[in-house]
Each structure stands twice: as C-alpha cells, then as structure tokens.
Write a protein that binds this ligand. Structure first.
Ligand code: SF4
Length: 395
C-alpha cells in the first residue's frame, strides 16, 4: 500500500468508508470537534444512535456470512449522519478489540471488507482515488466499441493479493499481462471495476487486521473494561451463531476469575455451594463459551446432584441467557473468595464484574503470546544472519 495515500476532502466519502487510512484524522476530528470522549461514546444518552448503528454493523458481521449490509440506512449528506457513520465504525472496532477474541475480530473484519468490496464496485466517481489508496498504481482505458472501462493493476499487487482469492480468473496465467500490468477484464457478471474491487477487499482486510492488532497491543485493562457490556452481548451472540460451525473455544483455566474457580473447585470436592454460587457458575460458564454439557458436568460431585434436574436448570439458564452476577452481588452472596491483596486484578477499582477479570486475563495472554512470537521471529532472524555470516567466514 502507498505510504502516502491520495488526499480525500469529501467528508461523505470519509464517512462512508471510515476504514480508509485517510479517515483516521476525520474520525479524530469528529471526536474532538464535538467534545466526545471514549466514555461519552459508551455512556452519553445522545450517542445512543451511534452505539446502535455500531452494534448493528457488528451483529451483521456475526450473523451474515456475506458481510455487513452495504445498503446503509444512515443519511451521510448531513453532518449528524456523517458523524453517526464514522463514530459507529469506531465504536464497533473498539468493542471488537476489547473482546480479545480472534473469532469475533476475523468475522468483523470480513464483514467490513465485504461491505467495502460491494461499495467500491459501484462507486465510479471515487474508485480511482480509493484504488490508489490500496494499490501501488492503477490504469484505466475505455473498452473498444463500448462505454465500459477496463482497469489494469501492477503485477506486484496482483501477485501479492491473488493467492487469497479462489477461482481461475485469479491465476496469473489466465490474465492478460502487458509490460508489468495485469488487465482486469469483466467476468462472471461483474464489471472490471467490481473485479478490481475484489483485490482492494484483500488490502482492506489486511489494513483493518493490522490496525486492530495495534489497538489491542496498546489497550489496558481499564480501557478494555469500559466495553465489558457490549463485548459480552456480542460474544454471547457469536457463541450461539458459531456453535454449529465450530464450538466456541472456552477460556483456558488460568484465565478463570477466582470466584468461578472456587465454585467449580468446591463442587468438585463435594462441598455444598449456595444458590448464588450455583446460578453464577452456570451463567458465567455460558458467558465463557462452555457448552451446556460441560457446565452441567461441573455439578456432578455436588452433594445433592441429580442429572435430570441439573440439565433442566442449566438449559433454563442458557435459554434465558442469564447474565452472571457482578462482583458486588457475589460479595454480598458470600461467593467472592478474595480479600484485599490476594489478587491484584481483583483489587483494581474498575473490577466490577468477573467477566472483566476474564477479559483482562485473556488480553494479557494475547499480548504475552504476541511478544513471545515477536521474540521468536527476531531470534530466528538473528540465527539466520549468524549462519549466513559463519558461511561467509568459512568460504
Ligand atoms: S473481585 Fe470480582 S472477579 Fe474477583 S473474585 Fe471477587 S467476585 Fe470474582
């Protein structure tokens, strides 16, 4: 991608495509000019429309495999409409990043990239500028005898992007190439612009994934905790939608909050856990992505265990989508096992819900794993360089 993208001054374009690199300053200006903070984005009543639109974009990316609906319902000819479109995108991206859930990230990125693909394919007035944002260059010419335009893209861009797209059209041997330019002929009922937009989709996907990874690396516990409610809602939905495709990966045990760990451990030892603890355990287990069968198995050693009753009660909690108790309710119900100083995370002022604890642990693990991976890659590079230098010395 070009390091300096072409300038876009039309605010409607920046709002319609808030993922463009050029839109970052526009979104920042929307926040500062309107005196909006991140807390305001989450809590202010007048921003409800923005949150609703952001949630809709998120839900569409989770529910529709073909991506976010490109037929926007927001009128971006007005200042308010443009602000809603731009900030709803930001809200959705922050929720996705605060979830630290790769599956949600991938679905959302795919949804936004597919939406971009559809819109780019029909946006003739802005297509050239958008293409120059994502490709090193682009050329167009009128198709002889028609009013249609055919686009040519540099071979280096095509070669990098085409392996990610299936179909014979996308193999270089099937594309006319002239002096390093690949001709993007119309095909399969799509115009040349729509075919080229498919290539741009891949760059949108890469650029969104990189931006989210940067944000996640910088996000601290307190900031991520601000988004706990919308994160839980969307993960609950995702969990339901993906069960049929692939079971949601449950949280690893080291991430479990002490209140959940102690309820599971006490039941496993045959210790009677009170009503608050049992309802919390089942609701929390659901929110963590466990299957009803796994949740029911936590109760097997309870002193009063009855398989039928347990399955019925667990199913009821899953059907009604019970929200797990927060920290203060657990403390009141004698189900918070920690005292001040036992667990630094539980001592934090913002720690008001065990799901925040879980997300904070997942975030730390994600960041640790990213750091370890970066260290491994750096070690491999150093090793490769020293091997090359050894070879050079010995020859
Ligand atoms: S402070 Fe909250 S998260 Fe920590 S153990 Fe107690 S109830 Fe659970």
């Amino acid at each position: 991608m070009p390091l300096t993208p072409p300038v876009i001054e039309d605010e409607s374009v920046l709002a319609r495509y808030p993922f463009l690199p050029q839109s970052r300053d526009y979104i920042r200006a929307q926040l500062s000019d309107n005196g909006i903070t991140v807390e305001g984005l989450i809590e202010e009543p007048w921003m409800e429309d923005i949150r609703r639109r952001g949630s809709l974009r998120l839900v569409e990316s989770v529910v529709h495999s073909e991506g976010v609906d490109s037929a926007t319902t927001v009128d971006i000819s007005s200042d308010v409409g443009r602000m809603t479109e731009a900030l709803s995108f930001l809200h959705a991206m922050l929720v996705v990043c605060a979830s630290f859930e790769d599956r949600l990230l991938n679905r959302w990125v795919e949804g936004e990239a597919s939406r971009a693909d559809q819109l780019f394919g029909i946006d003739s007035p802005n297509f050239d500028t958008i293409a120059r944002t994502y490709l090193s260059d682009i050329r167009s010419e009128a198709m002889p005898g028609t009013t249609e335009i055919v686009y040519h893209v540099p071979m280096v861009d095509f070669l990098e992007l085409c392996p990610k797209i299936t179909g014979k059209y996308w193999r270089l041997v099937n594309r006319p190439v002239e002096a390093g330019w690949v001709r993007m002929d119309p095909a399969s009922g799509e115009t040349s612009q729509q075919r080229t937009a498919r290539l741009l989709k891949e760059r949108v996907r890469q650029s969104l994934t990189t931006e989210c990874a940067d944000r996640m690396a910088k996000m601290d516990d307190a900031f991520a905790g601000l988004f706990a409610d919308p994160v839980d809602r969307i993960l609950g939905l995702l969990s339901e939608r993906v069960t049929a495709e692939m079971p949601m990966s449950a949280a690893v045990r080291e991430d479990w909050p002490p209140c959940f760990e102690s309820a599971v451990a006490e039941l496993a030892q045959g210790i009677n856990v009170n009503h608050t603890g049992r309802v919390f355990l089942a609701a929390m287990s659901r929110a963590m992505g466990h299957t009803p069968e796994l949740t029911a198995s936590f109760f097997e050693n309870a002193p009063d265990y009855n398989a039928e009753t347990t399955s019925y009660q667990v199913a009821h909690i899953y059907e009604r989508q019970y929200t797990p108790h927060g920290c203060s309710a657990l403390k009141t119900g004698a189900r918070c096992p920690v005292s001040h100083g036992d667990d630094r995370l539980c001592d934090q002022e913002w720690m008001t819900h065990p799901l925040k604890y879980l997300r904070a642990k997942q975030r730390r693990r994600y960041q640790d794993e990213s750091l370890a991976q970066a260290a491994d890659e750096s070690a491999e590079r150093t090793e490769g360089a020293s091997e090359a230098s050894d070879k050079a010395d010995s020859s």
